[in-house]
Each structure stands twice: as C-alpha cells, then as structure tokens.
Ligand binder design. Structure first.
Ligand code: ADP
Ligand code: MG
Length: 584
C-alpha cells in the first residue's frame, strides 16, 4: 500500500478506542523506503508496537566493502543501529499522551559491538527494527500525534541514519575497520601462542563502578607494555583515527600458560583482568579497550555460593566430602564458595573453555591456596579440597588450558607461574625473572597434593524433560527480566555471576536459545557440548532473526544479541529444575 493509505486510516480511527489501531497493521511504501507495521500493541501501556523500516540496497548506497564479509556486516549493522538511536534522540518528541505514547526506540548496543537483530543488512536491502508507542489520550487514539510519528519523525530518522550519503562516512568506515582490526588480532592470537593482547595506549579503567564508559583521559593512565612482553601486529586498517595511516599496533601479549598478575592493592590488577574478560568482544572506537583482544574461548571463573550444581564431576578439586558424599557426580541446591568455583571451572571446560580468568577478589580462598602450615595442621585426609594451585599446571600441560590469575595476596603461586606481571601505579612490569629468584630464595615448603591426575572432563547429557517453559495458561513464558535474570516458565535463572554477559539482548537470546535447544537438539543422548555446537551452527546459518518461535514470516524478530556458548551453558547449568546424566 501507498504511505498515504496509512494517513487515511489514521484519520478514520482518530478518537476511537485503542483497539482501532489494529487497522494500521501492514506494509506501506514511502518515497525511499518501506514501512512495515508488524505488531500493534493492545493498549498504550503494553509493550510498544513493532515496526521495520526497509531501504533497498541501491537506494541506501552503502559501499560493498563495508558489508561484504560477516564481520563487516555485523560491524556496519551495529553502527547503523547506533545512528538510528542517535537520529531518534535528535528527532523524536517521545512523550505524547498516556503510557508509552510517542516512544520511538531501537535496541542499539553499549560499549561492545555484537551481532544483533536491531539492523539487518542483506544484499538486497537494509532494515532497521524499531519500537513505537502508538499515541493515545487515556485509551483513545490520537491520530494527529501518530501522523506526526509516521510522516515526520520516522522519515527524518530514516533520512539521517539509513542513507550512506547522509552519514559521517569516515566515522562509519573507521567503525567497521576498527572492528575488523580487532577480529584480525583475535584470529592470530592462537597461532602466535597468545591468549590476550592489550595495546599500548589502551584506556582500561571505567568512569565508575556503575558505568561501562571509559574514565576520562585526563585521569586515566594509558596502558604501556613492558618491553619484554611487547608484540606487534600489522593490521589491515589504520588504528589512529578515521583519517589515520598508522597500521602497526604494539602492546602486551599475554602468552599461553599460567600468567600471574600481582601488585599492591588498588594498583589496577582487577581493572586489567576485567578488560581482558570483555576483550572476547569487539569494542566501539573510543571505548579505550578497542584494542584489548582476548581469545574467544576465555571464561571468567568465580566463586558463587548458593548456586545449584547438577551432576558435575568436581573430583579433580574436591573429594572425600564428609560422610562419603560423592563428588564425581556432584549435586547440590546450595553450593559453597569452593564447590561452586570448582563446578564453574569444570562446566566451562566441558563446553570448550581453553583460557580461565580468575581474580582473588571473587575467588574462594580455600579453593585457591593451602599453605605449608595448613598442610601441616590439617592433614590431607581431612581436607576435601585440592586447591587450584595444584591443578593449574596440569590444566595447561594435559588439557591445554591457560590461566590468567590476579593474585596479590599469596606468593605460593610464584612456583607455578610462567609469566608474572606486576601492576604498579596502573602500569605493568614483567617481573617473571625476579619472581623465579624469590621462589628459589623463599621456598614455601608446601607439598603438591594431587590425589589422582586430571586427565579429562566428564561430559553430561541434559535431559529435555527437565525444561519446562510454561507458566499458568501460557505454554511458553520466557523473558529476560534484567541483564542477570531470565524468567523460564515458573523458574528464575540467576546469572549475576556471569561477568562476560554484557547486554540484556544477549540474556533474552539465551532464554530463547535454551528453548530452541530443548525442542530441536536435546534428545537425551547428545551431550551439552554437542547441543551447543548445534546451537552455534544454528546462529551461523539461520541467524538471530529466527530465534523467536512465535515469529511469523520476516516480521520484526524482537531484540536479540548473540550470546557466547559459555553463557548459554552457564544459564542451563543454573536452571534449578535441570536434570543431567553423565556420559559414560
Ligand atoms: P586492584 O585490583 O589492584 O586492587 P583495581 O583494578 O580495582 O585495583 O583498581 C583500583 C582503582 O584504580 C579503581 O578505582 C580503578 O578505576 C582505578 N584504576 C585502574 N586502572 C587505572 C588506570 N590505568 N588509570 C587510572 N585509574 C585506574
Ligand atoms: Mg582487585
């Protein structure tokens, strides 16, 4: 239908009950784009209506070189979602009556660049998926205000954000190129024997504990690698701004093996580790961490007492619990600090983690260390815990798993570290050599206590019948409540301990991905790892658009961002009704 048809319908329903808005559902041609009104909200207080704005590729005019690979496409789509959000801020009045009246929104991201459904680019068209609060006074249609949205504001938003000619082209190019540079580094880490890279000049600290934006450049000390750990990357695109030419980037390479980050309190240890955690995702230019790049298979591990654990073989770390309780198929509804941390490690390994990131601040002390005096006082027979220090080398040598560990409080780890980085006044020094000398000069006299070698990780099979997404009359009730909580049927899945979950649209996607996995992939034979492989394939081939089981045709897919397999697994592992069987 022609756009003018929409105007006629709006005039006709002016002043009527809110339900009359249902009449505007449909597709409307405007001069340079098509408007799809896919879903009309039931009342002004319900979730806003879903619309799409589609511009044909030839009209939009984006150079192919900015979207002809999956990485570029993801980056450009992310950039465009941010431009739509920017245009909304400059154009839309937002409040026009009751409830959500007048709202216009898009799910644009934060500091990380993620594959998301907000903007989709195909060879034929580019499409932005938005939300609109259809205006009402009380529950009466306000057609004039709706007309303003559809015929003034949305056209202006499209004009400002979805045409190459009206964008800041060097900024857009720089955005895509910065993301491509980051992925280029990430691809090379393994073959260069590195687990993470932190560029010289990076700004690691954040504005505050409540903000993910960078600390101001006046206050922050820029990162500078110690000479001995410095590595160089020759990148495909300039790193020094939109019109720059510099393509060589230097910074600290953290090698595989066991890396210790030591130093006095408040000298920037955790800040460095946090940046490395987030480095599994690309960041926007100006974030300060855009060239902190970590391998994709790096997982933050922490203690998380109170969590549920289902059939995890934690015996490499914990055995001989009081009264002979088994730890080779450990279950609990209320894990302790140490058992939860052990479970977190084994669950991460089970689905493919090859780099573990630990911080003393969020670890259970008795899981991390057991010094000579405690070994003398409490005999090994009476201590169920094999501390991490006695497994960390084995993890590397037998299973190829590297560890980066922040540890300012115990020198025992100097014996096992391959690399020791000392943070001093927010700057790193390579103290690996002096750490070796110290370890020789001050032997800890502690004994390595390994009851049995750690050879493999036991895989588990999730039982589909233990997942029930229904609630009351609803067959499927899955909702991301916050970044850290998914409502799954009658259950609440608690994700506060997942420090690498960064966007509520990832949380939402995890909820739906679990549902999809239970219906399509869990057959009581496949292991969790196999189920996640299939999910990854699904994301690769079908894309995030296909996640919502109730989506019809090519309608607005909802707001999803791609989660990592580790966070999906972690959510499954935290579902309190979950049942698993160990693979034999
Ligand atoms: P640690 O883990 O060593 O105790 P943190 O990493 O928690 O220290 O950092 C302590 C404080 O210093 C934090 O408030 C952090 O924002 C700030 N900080 C960290 N790195 C820098 C830096 N490079 N420049 C300025 N301030 C920083
Ligand atoms: Mg700290």
């Amino acid at each position: 239908m022609n756009g003018e048809k929409l105007r006629q319908i709006l005039h006709r329903i002016d002043g009527r009950g809110y339900k009359a808005y249902k009449d505007i559902q449909g597709a409307y041609r405007f001069a340079r784009y098509t408007l799809f009104i896919d879903h009309v909200q039931g009342d002004p207080f319900a979730s806003p209506s879903k619309i799409r704005l589609r511009v044909s590729g030839t009209v939009a005019g984006f150079p192919g070189s900015l979207h002809d690979t999956p990485v570029r496409r993801m980056a450009l789509a992310d950039y465009l979602a941010r431009q739509v959000a920017r245009a909304i801020r400059s154009v839309a009045r937002q409040h026009r009556g009751s409830g959500k009246s007048g709202l216009i929104a898009i799910d644009s991201g934060g500091q990380e660049v993620l594959e998301r459904t907000a903007v989709k680019i195909t060879p034929e068209w580019v499409e932005a998926r938005l939300y609109v609060g259809l205006p009402a006074a009380g529950r009466t249609v306000l057609a004039r205000q709706a007309e303003e949205i559809f015929f003034k504001e949305l056209p202006a938003i499209v004009q400002q954000s979805l045409f190459w000619e009206s964008l800041n082209q060097s900024e857009a190019r720089h955005f895509v190129h910065t993301v491509e540079n980051q992925e280029f580094i990430r691809e090379q880490l393994s073959e260069r024997g590195l687990v993470a890279f932190v560029a010289n000049g990076a700004i690691l600290p954040r504005e505050s504990g409540a903000s993910d934006r960078p600390m101001s450049r006046r206050e922050a000390v820029p990162f500078q690698s110690p000479a001995s750990l410095e590595v160089t990357f020759q990148l495909p695109h300039p790193v020094d701004g939109p019109d720059g030419e510099q393509t060589i980037l230097r910074g600290m390479g953290i090698p595989e093996g066991i890396t210790l980050i030591v130093g006095g309190g408040y000298h920037g240890k955790s800040t460095l580790l946090n940046a490395i955690e987030r480095g599994v995702y690309p960041h926007i230019p100006g974030d300060g961490r855009e060239y902190v790049v970590t391998r994709r298979d790096a997982v933050k591990i922490r203690a998380e007492d109170g969590r549920r654990v289902e059939m995890v073989d934690i015996s490499p770390f914990i055995s001989n619990l009081p009264y002979g309780r088994s730890t080779s198929a450990f279950c609990t509804d209320d894990a302790s600090g140490s058992t939860s941390q052990a479970a977190n490690i084994l669950e991460a390994l089970e689905v493919g983690a090859r780099v573990l990131l630990l911080d003393e601040d969020t670890s259970a002390t008795n899981f991390m260390i057991r010094d000579a005096r405690m070994q003398a006082l409490v005999h090994k027979d009476r201590e169920p815990i094999t501390p991490f220090i006695d497994r960390v080398k084995e993890l590397h040598q037998r299973l190829g798993v590297s560890t980066i560990l922040v540890m300012g409080g115990s020198g025992d780890y100097l014996d096992v570290a391959d690399t020791v980085i000392l943070m001093h006044n927010y700057l790193p020094e390579d103290v690996t050599e002096s750490a070796r000398e110290v370890a020789r000069a001050y032997p800890t006299r502690r004994k390595t206590e390994i009851p049995a070698p750690m050879t493999s990780v036991t895989e588990r099979i999730p039982l589909a019948s233990s997942f029930d997404p229904s609630k009351g009359k609803k067959e499927v009730k899955i909702q991301a409540k916050t970044l850290d909580a998914i409502q799954y049927g009658t259950q609440m899945i608690e994700l506060r301990a997942l420090e690498q979950l960064v966007d509520i649209s990832q949380t939402r996607a995890i909820g739906y991905a679990i549902h999809l996995a239970t219906r399509k992939y869990m057959d009581d034979r496949r292991t969790l790892r196999e189920v996640l492989d299939l999910l990854d394939n699904f994301f690769q081939s079908e894309g995030l658009d296909a996640l919502d089981p109730f989506r019809r045709g090519d309608q607005h897919p909802g707001s999803f961002a791609r989660p990592r397999r580790f966070e999906i697994a972690a959510a499954i592992n935290r579902l309190r009704t979950l049942r698993m069987r160990q693979k034999t």
